[in-house]
Design a protein around this ligand. Structure first.
Ligand code: SF4
Ligand code: FES
Length: 366
């Protein structure tokens, strides 16, 4: 269905919930233009419908227009996932002319000071607001993306209002998922139950009020759920990610999982990675599932939840996602909610170099 091309991990922002791996790849490790083009050709041949150009910040790559044009020529639907801070009217016009179909623009908050503190980049908000206007002026459909958490969730009504004001056809409100950078920052990001309930009510009311004007996608947080999400629509069922250096992954966080030999598409093919690699086949379907998933009537609905979350919280990616109330590890999630303090810790910002060493927390749920 979809191919997410993480063209680069370079990005001027430093969001503490970045979905890139903690060990970021550097510019010198990125694949070259011809290799990305070859992969676009293979994607079209495989019947992939949508290509998402992502990062890091994909507009940091000078060859982005060339890649967009190549994808459009192949008949692929192209989406740019961007922070917007490196774009201007001229570069957007070039992308529109290259055949770009859609822009997804991220905002860290609606309040300038908070947004720039969360993103770790002074001056970013004004640029984003200007870019939103340029996107609609260029005739491109616009989606605003807000990653929400305890430090911005109370401003959800203003986020929805901003979407309307900027002419977005869609707004995506996604609670932080906790692995990699965001797991390190969990206590600074995890909302309270009452914050969450209020946000859910705001979304439900806005959906009714704005029907036909703006679509609101809402990704609720696993930590207050009784059942997990079908992460990525199920492991290796619908989506493939390509890292800047050319590792094929079933999701953006899979590099956090140890014990995998991720197939390289810098040297191998997309088809071989998708159909033949042990990594993609390991958790595909239902045969791998332990109990209680194996005997559960929801196993082809949520596919056992998220493998990266299972690993992050239990140390074993093959266990039932602890977000599920039927999981024997569900207590780990409840304990994390319980341990969430009133004091909000400082962010650990995304950065290159060795990951910060955190104090080891006492095991929970045992
Ligand atoms: Fe989903 Fe497994 Fe929980 Fe059943 S037991 S709801 S399949 S995670
Ligand atoms: Fe990797 Fe859910 S993020 S399987």
């Amino acid at each position: 269905m979809g191919l997410l091309m993480e063209l680069t991990h370079r990005c001027p922002l430093r969001c503490p919930y970045c979905s890139n791996p903690v060990a970021l790849q550097r510019a010198g490790e990125e694949m070259d233009t011809d290799t990305w083009k070859r992969l676009l050709g293979e994607a079209a041949a495989l019947g992939i419908l949508q290509v998402h150009f992502s990062g890091g910040e994909p507009t940091a790559r000078k060859d982005l227009p060339d890649l967009v044009r190549h994808a459009a020529t192949l008949g692929l639907y192209t989406n740019l996932i961007t922070s917007g801070v490196l774009l201007d009217a001229a570069s957007l016009a070039v992308l529109a002319d290259a055949g770009l179909d859609h822009v997804q623009l991220s905002f860290q908050d609606v309040e300038v000071e908070s947004a720039e503190r969360i993103g770790g980049m002074p001056g970013a908000q004004a640029r984003k607001l200007a870019v939103a206007g340029m996107v609609t002026a260029a005739g491109l459909p616009l989606t605003l993306n807000f990653v929400v958490h305890r430090q911005n969730l109370d401003r959800l009504p203003q986020m929805i209002a901003l979407g309307l004001e900027l002419g977005a056809g869609r707004i995506e409100v996604a609670h932080v998922q906790y692995y990699g950078w965001s797991l390190m920052n969990r206590d600074a990001l995890l909302p309270s139950r009452s914050q969450l309930d209020q946000a859910t009510a705001v979304v439900e009311a806005a959906r009714v009020r704005l029907k036909g004007r703006m679509v609101i996608d809402y990704v609720p947080p696993d930590y207050y759920a009784a059942r997990p999400k079908a992460c990525m629509g199920g492991w290796a069922r619908r989506f493939m990610n390509i890292s800047p250096a050319g590792l094929a992954l079933p999701c953006h966080a899979a590099e956090t999982l140890p014990g995998f030999d991720w197939p390289s598409v810098a040297t191998g093919s997309l088809a071989a990675a998708w159909y033949e690699s042990e990594a993609f086949n390991r958790y595909r379907g239902t045969a791998w599932m332990p109990e209680p998933c194996q005997g559960c009537d929801r196993k082809e609905i949520d596919w056992g939840g998220c493998r990266c979350q299972a690993f992050a919280l239990t140390g074993d990616a093959g266990r039932t996602d602890p977000a599920c109330a039927r999981s024997p590890d569900h207590g780990v999630m409840l304990a994390a909610i319980e341990a969430r303090g009133e004091a909000v810790p400082d962010f650990i910002y995304r950065q290159y170099g060795p990951a910060p060493v955190l104090p080891v927390k006492a095991p929970v749920g045992e």
